[in-house]
Ligand binder design. Structure first.
Ligand code: PMP
Length: 494
């Protein structure tokens, strides 16, 4: 094992002193309707106004000037629909089935408060100091024990601690993807991963799933088609367990086949597994990484099993990849927050963290049951949904003609919010789908939220039955019903 960057010296505080951000980011304003093409805060009708600055005689550049100066890689950086909804969806009268916030009510806050006080009193000089770019060594050891639950045998030297697994996703994309490179990803896919791929201008090719997760035949087809044009994807991004947003789990029988296919085509696998320990019957599945340590980069997180606000996640990778990840991490954050890592480390060492995960599972299982029962009680005919056996999400397909993004403002008006399906695809699919999260609201609120959603859907279907689907109605208006030109086939409309 080559010496790891754990041994690398802590960054020189004198060379780079991170400046605190002067503003706390505000959640985007609620914009359930289409996002404007212009910069936020400007309107095409209004002339750009230069704002005064604190220095007399100097005015700030108008926002419209700045827009031209952004790097092209920012073109595809857009506020996710989910984020845009946050402000409205978090009003108390709205039942939000939109966000994926873990339910922290079961955490022992008093005990944790005492731990924090002791951490500062005993180890404050270390906890409040810069640390290794790769992460606190003891925590990395403990992470290998956490991963052992899913059959992973790993060395702490190969673990890189990150600021949530979101940062690990960013780093992996940063070190592998040049603009235009192809990434394979399940369709639908986790919106934050799609955001990272877009930020590095990677091109996403979706691979279909069914109730057993990623379909090997669809992966074969995608790989063969790309190979035929001389293109090799950089990696396959997959969430095998309790998928976000699809709520399905990759069948164990498919795992070896998928690994074999990727290996044969020289494609890395990025296994993103934040929900793996949240199986409702306490079941765990063998990690892809456990069967192919060299070709799989594994991402994990304490966000769903402990506390998302601490922002502690990790990547496990073979030494060559690990070294690049550490270098990339160093330039992004110098080092992950020492205090937070030590807090997680103490928690793992001194508490029954497995018992805590068990109580989280119980909380989520009761909520999942409430959601599934409400869906079958209230939803109109023609709806289909997945039946998760762990995690946070149900993926719902609504009857043909209903556009879930267009329906969202009407749902919010009816005091229920969800995440519309198009946000989970890079190619515009998903208009007939939506994601429902059952992790946060109480079972009673979930039932009420689904009842409201059913009312909105029924109203939508009434309109459709009266006037036809929007596309057909529009076609009738344009040319009396005759189709002009080819129409791209889409599973959403056919
Ligand atoms: N991957 C998946 C599939 C997720 O659902 C999430 C969070 N919702 C993340 C990664 C990022 O999690 P975190 O950064 O909090 O570890």
């Amino acid at each position: 094992m080559p010496p790891s960057a754990a041994a690398s010296p802590a960054p020189e505080p004198s060379s780079v002193v991170p400046e605190p951000s002067p503003v706390v980011p505000e959640p985007s304003p609620a914009v359930p309707a289409a996002t404007p093409a212009t910069a936020p805060g400007t309107s095409p009708a209004e002339p750009a106004v230069a704002a005064p600055t604190g220095i007399p005689g100097i005015t700030a550049a108008p926002v419209t000037d700045l827009v031209d100066r952004f790097a092209t890689r920012t073109d595809r950086m857009m506020a996710s629909e989910i984020r845009a909804l946050f402000a409205v969806a978090s009003r108390p009268e709205v039942v939000s089935l939109a966000g994926g916030m873990p339910n922290l009510a079961a955490l022992p806050l008093d005990t944790l408060a005492a731990e924090v006080a002791e951490l500062i009193a005993r180890d404050g000089q270390v906890a409040l100091q810069y640390g290794s770019a790769q992460g606190v060594p003891l925590l990395r050891e403990q992470i290998t024990e956490v991963m052992a639950a899913e059959g992973i045998r790993a060395h702490a030297d190969d673990v890189v601690v990150t600021v949530g697994s979101q940062m690990a996703l960013d780093l992996v994309t940063r070190i592998f993807c040049d603009p235009g490179d192809i990434v394979l990803a399940e369709g639908p896919s986790y919106v934050g991963a799609l955001g990272s791929f877009a930020a590095y201008q990677a091109q996403v090719v979706h691979v279909a799933m069914d109730d057993d997760g990623l379909i090997p035949a669809a992966l074969t087809q995608a790989l063969d088609q790309l190979a035929a044009t001389g293109r090799r994807p950089k990696f396959l991004y997959t969430v095998p367990n309790f998928h976000n947003p699809a709520g399905v789990t990759l069948a164990v029988a498919r795992r070896a086949e998928i690994l074999e296919l990727c290996r044969r085509h020289g494609v890395l696998v990025v296994e993103d597994n934040p929900y793996g320990l949240l199986g409702f019957d306490g079941q765990t599945y063998p990690a892809l990484r456990s069967a192919d340590p060299d070709n799989v980069i594994y991402l994990g997180s304490f966000s769903k099993t402990f506390a998302s606000g601490l922002r502690v996640g990790w990547a496990l990778a073979s030494p060559a990849v690990r070294d690049k990840l550490v270098l990339a991490a160093e330039s992004a954050t110098l080092c992950p927050p020492t205090f937070n890592q030590m807090m997680v480390s103490r928690y793992l060492a001194a508490h029954d963290w497995r018992g805590q995960v068990k109580s989280f599972r119980e909380v989520y299982r009761v909520r999942r049951d409430a959601m599934l029962s409400a869906l079958s009680t209230y939803l109109p005919d023609g709806c289909r949904w997945t039946h998760p056996d762990g995690g946070f999400y149900v993926w719902l397909t609504v009857p043909e003609g209903v556009d879930t993004k267009a329906m969202l403002p009407r749902a919010v008006r009816a005091r229920v919010a969800y995440a519309s399906g198009t946000g989970f695809y890079a190619d515009g699919l998903g208009s007939r789908q939506l994601r429902l999260s059952y992790c946060y609201p109480t079972p009673e609120r979930i039932t009420e939220g689904v009842r409201r959603l059913a009312d909105v859907l029924n109203a939508e279907l009434d309109v459709l039955h009266t006037f036809g689907t929007p596309k057909r109605a529009a076609a009738r208006l344009v040319d009396g019903g005759a189709r002009r030109g080819p129409q791209a086939p889409s599973p959403d409309t056919t």
